[in-house]
Design a protein around this ligand. Structure first.
Ligand code: CA
Length: 232
């Protein structure tokens, strides 16, 4: 598995949205769009994108507020795309936690270069502490390559499934509570019922357990959460 990087674009102007979407898709990124700040925050919580492109002038809230709300719980890199070209605005966005700032109009080449840089930077930040691969019985997770294998066969996981499995395996042997996992993966903007987590866990088990009813890798601690078998 080598999931494509996913990008969330929050932009209310339709022509800019479709121009950026097409540009990004052509480069092999996966793109999701939102036209309001609130939709953007909800999508960020449910999809866990690798990068966010954010317009500052949104109909329902200021992009600056989107950045500060996001930063309460999400480290996802944010590139601001804005027509506002004042140094103060740029400084404010960066101070609030944006990673970069592009002024409209911008070239496709510039946009793609900024995206690559932000993604690389985000990768390096975690890369500095990339843990050794996880091994347990026939299951291996190589965090560096984003690769999950079962008896040397590649396991195809969605982005969310991979993030869940990474969280559990990097805390292997420990029980992680439902609410801890929900907060880590989806942030505080998701409904607090655990349905979305249970569905994802069931899918993961179908993919990595020989018999999902008697799991060998990920155990349910009933009423509490999940625990992944300790790394061997
Ligand atoms: Ca706008």
């Amino acid at each position: 598995m080598n999931p494509k990087h996913s990008i969330l674009l929050i932009e209310d102007e339709e022509n800019i949205r479709s121009f950026i979407s097409t540009t990004i898709k052509n480069q092999g990124y996966k793109i999701t769009t939102a036209s309001t700040g609130l939709d953007g925050l909800h999508l960020c919580a449910s999809l866990c994108p690798d990068l966010i492109l954010l317009d500052l002038g949104l109909p329902d809230m200021d992009g600056m507020d989107v950045i500060s709300k996001l930063r309460e719980w999400s480290p996802t890199p944010v590139i601001v795309i804005s027509a506002r070209n004042h140094e103060q605005e740029k400084a404010k966005a960066l101070d609030l936690g944006a990673d970069d700032y592009i002024t409209k109009p911008f070239s496709t080449i510039e946009l793609l270069a900024r995206i690559r840089t932000s993604l690389r930077h985000a990768g390096n930040l975690t890369g500095a502490q990339t843990p050794a691969p996880y091994h347990h019985k026939d299951l291996t997770i190589d965090y560096d390559k984003h690769l999950v294998t079962l008896s040397k066969e590649m396991v195809h996981l969605t982005q969310i499934e991979y993030k869940l499995l990474t969280l559990l395996s990097q805390n292997s042997g420990k029980v992680l509570t439902y609410s801890y996992i929900m907060e880590k993966i989806w942030g505080p903007y998701v409904d607090n019922n655990n349905q979305i987590l249970r569905v994802n866990m069931a899918n993961i088990r179908r993919k990595i357990e020989k018999n999902p009813a008697t799991p060998e890798h990920v155990f349910t601690e009933i009423g509490i959460g999940y625990r992944m078998a300790e790394c061997e």
